[in-house]
Write a protein that binds this ligand. Structure first.
Ligand code: FES
Length: 149
């Protein structure tokens, strides 16, 4: 075990971790940031998506030690920053069905909009590879277009 410091949502937070402790467990279990979800645990579904230095990262598959010195943003960080235009579009379009995957989707959408202001459907399909078992993809695309405007 070692103690590391992480920059999460603009604050420095510390945690005891092993070399290979996933960032997801630090977020959820140590720091109680429960908005980031556990789905598959193998980097496939995207439920655990956070933004690390502007890029999406699957926090189940990223060692917390690899995030030292980088800016990590979780869904709670979007709310804390008042940076909620994507969430507002999600509410307006009523995207979620069961809702479980949606914080990861919102983080992926936020990262995409940070890179490209007006993404096309093709951009969205290419960049957001998260899985929604309810099949809300049409509403996700609509919400991203709404957030872009
Ligand atoms: Fe991380 Fe599925 S829980 S990608």
């Amino acid at each position: 075990m070692m103690r590391i410091e992480l920059k999460i949502n603009g604050s420095t937070m510390s945690a005891e971790v092993d070399d290979d402790t996933p960032l997801l467990w630090v977020l959820r279990d140590t720091l109680k940031l429960k908005g980031t979800k556990y789905g598959c645990g193998i980097g496939q579904c995207g439920a655990c998506t956070v933004i690390v230095d502007g890029q999406t990262a699957r926090s189940c598959s990223l060692a917390a030690t690899a995030a030292v010195g980088l800016e990590v943003t979780t869904i709670e960080g979007l709310s804390a920053n008042g940076d909620q235009f994507v969430q507002k579009a999600w509410q307006d379009i009523r995207v979620p069905q069961c809702g479980y995957c949606q914080s990861g989707m919102i983080m992926a959408a936020t990262a995409l909009l940070g890179k490209k202001l007006f993404p096309t459907d093709e951009d969205i399909d290419r960049e957001i590879t998260n899985i929604c078992r309810c099949g809300t993809y049409d509403r996700i695309r609509a919400a991203i277009h709404a957030a872009a405007n």
